[in-house]
Design a protein around this ligand. Sequence first.
Ligand code: NAI
Length: 385
Amino acid sequence: MVVGVLGAGTMGSGIVQVAAQNGHKVVLVDLNEQILKRSNDGLLKIMNRLVEKERITQDQADSTIANVSYSQDIHDFNECGIIIEAIVENIDVKSKVFTQLEQIAPKRCILASNTSSLSIASIGAALQDPSKIIGIHFFNPAPLMPLVEIIPAVQTSEETLNISRSLIDGWGKVTVLCKDTPGFIVNRVARPFYGEALRIYEEGIADFATIDWAMTSIGGFRMGPFTLMDYIGNDVNYTVTETVFTAFYFDPRYKPSFTQKRHSEAGYLGRKSGRGYFDYREGAANPRPIEDAVVGQQIFDRILVMLINEAVDAVFLNIGSKDEIDLAMTKGVNYPKGLLKWADEIGLENVLLKLEAMFAEYGEDRYRPSPLMRRMVKNGERFFE
Ligand code: NAI
């Protein structure tokens, strides 16, 4: 099957590499010639590096490179069996582009979007035959991150879903099926990792370095929330939070934080601007964490129970299955453990007690426990045997 990829930026380039390494002819289209060139250069460099490290043979590198053709003309998608769109995150631009893609592509060609935050149903609405629309959401960097979220819209046919999922499974990825709801699985369930950390800071309980220390040293997360936000970019992370908050009809659980907004407004975007919550400029000294085991444990417990509550609620609302929700968080954002498995280990009743205590203390809807958690505790149930 010929694979089309529209948009040669960060995500498009990564998806092209994955498809080409898996033996597909790939057509990569971008309006911008320089970006196409940069994508081509990037692929050559990566292939060379993989050969040097003896991860692939020279023949494999050559055939991957030969599989990809570069174009500025979307008419070159005319032989594709699937086109994956990875252009700017804007519904008006995407709708226009999908209308054009439908006219150019073969009749049965699947039209997929890599969108992080738009609804697949809204993109599909641009099509005359919307049964061909689907969300195929890769994580950055696409060649390295195993997870891919597969999101059928209300219009998507069984056939589109089955072909898409088995294609991506065939590329060695871990696919999870998600409902077409804001943030899908990962960007929904992960919100408290940032939001609750910011809230803890705002209450003056601890500084950025200490909160990060608690989550990495006590919690076993690979990166602390503030380091991670600096890595993602505070502008990008803030926008995702705001989009999810708005899309959930302003559910207070997803409320964005002024701390992050102000950092973003000040241009403290993180690594890319040299400064975020931490200072990345040459010679800069960052504060050391205050390594108090009791405070650290409290910080970690608070963020973890909020994450677990979000994961439980995602099961409750059928956003994904319990297995897939745990897989998504370990394979998409490298969590040390699936959140539901973690809940079983701690005891769901202990998680509920902590949430109820916070709910009582703050009186905020943000801390309301998922009805499924209450039900399971009442019945003495666990997620896994
Ligand atoms: P990017 O800004 O790196 O690349 C977008 C590319 O699309 C640019 O090269 C631009 O020239 C091209 N483009 C824009 N309009 C076009 C058009 N009409 N026709 C052809 N090419 C066009 O963006 P990035 O980060 O790769 O994101 C792309 C999509 O993937 C977005 O929908 C984003 O939400 C989603 N996404 C991004 C992730 C990330 O971590 N960056 C992760 C998962 C999904």
